[in-house]
Design a protein around this ligand. Structure first.
Ligand code: HEM
Ligand code: HEM
Length: 225
């Protein structure tokens, strides 16, 4: 089972993830309608790129936007979840040993204690994100079982990774389950809301360009429309 999951299934899931995410990113921009979406990006590329960078950077900065500042509780649990969710899968020592074995390269690796702390933060924040959906009426009315499913799918590799790491009961059971959950997440990502891992950058770039060019960014600079 281990051989199969770290062999053919590893290649399959990682390929679906990479090809699927690139496809989602490209089709996002190709799907924009130059009239409906008021695309003026090509006409003013510099102002557009400045606006895009500003929007992405501000959103990735804790408390960097009005939205983040207005909801401090959400901001803390959002970043508590996302810092680990992005850094641990990429830079965990165990993952990089696997990468080295598979493709002969490895990335920068996290100190094991830092990886543990970030992983715990992901699990605790995921519980709080779920409670927020239950507790706040304005979020609850927008929530369906699909949102809980995505949260569960996202948290599963972290919970099972921890259970394997602390060797709770059978190490190999949790490790196999961990790899299954990790690969399920990779395969599901391009087809679900998890595609936001790349589409966040696409939509922030689009809106940032809009603000940088048309919605005030070039006010008074003699733009024709
Ligand atoms: C650079 C990569 C990523 C960016 C920029 C990003 C950004 C975001 C943003 C902006 C939201 C919406 C927050 C809101 O409701 O206002 C969100 C939600 C979410 N993200 Fe990500 N994300 C990234 C990676 C990931 C990864 C790797 C995972 C899973 C392992 C993940 C799982 C989630 C989940 C489950 C939610 C919904 C939380 C909830 O139920 O409220 N994200 N993300
Ligand atoms: C693609 C297949 C994957 C394989 C083969 C794999 C393999 C492993 C291995 C061997 C460990 C070490 C367990 C130990 O301590 O002995 C581990 C830990 C872990 N993995 Fe994965 N993993 C995969 C996918 C993922 C994904 C997609 C995520 C997150 C989105 C993830 C998150 C974690 C976490 C949080 C830990 C525990 C970190 C800690 O030590 O505190 N893994 N993984």
């Amino acid at each position: 089972m281990f051989e199969f999951l770290t062999g053919p299934m590893f290649w399959l899931s990682i390929s679906i993830f990479i090809i699927g995410m690139i496809t989602r990113f490209v089709t996002y921009f190709r799907g924009l309608h130059w009239q409906l979406d008021r695309v003026a990006y090509r006409a003013f590329p510099l102002q557009g790129l400045k606006g895009a960078w500003r929007s992405i950077y501000r959103w990735l900065l804790p408390f960097g936007t009005h939205g983040w500042r207005k909801q401090p509780f959400m901001t803390v649990i959002f970043f508590g979840f996302h810092i680990g969710a992005v850094l641990v899968p990429l830079f965990l020592l165990a993952h990089n040993m696997l990468l080295k074995d598979k493709i002969g390269v490895s990335l920068f690796t996290l100190n094991p204690t830092v990886a543990d702390v970030l992983t715990w933060a992901v699990v605790v924040s995921a519980v709080l994100l779920a409670l927020r959906r239950v507790g706040l009426p304005e979020v609850r009315i927008l929530t369906t079982s699909y949102d809980y499913f995505i949260l569960l799918l996202s948290a599963a590799p972290f919970v099972t990774g921890l259970l394997a790491r602390y060797e709770v009961g059978s190490y190999s059971f949790w490790l196999i389950l961990h790899i299954l959950c990790g690969e399920a997440l990779l395969i599901a990502a391009p087809f679900t809301k998890l595609s936001h891992i790349v589409l966040f950058f696409a939509s922030r770039a689009q809106l940032g360009m809009d603000y940088g060019i048309k919605r005030g960014g070039m006010q008074g600079k003699g733009m024709a429309w």
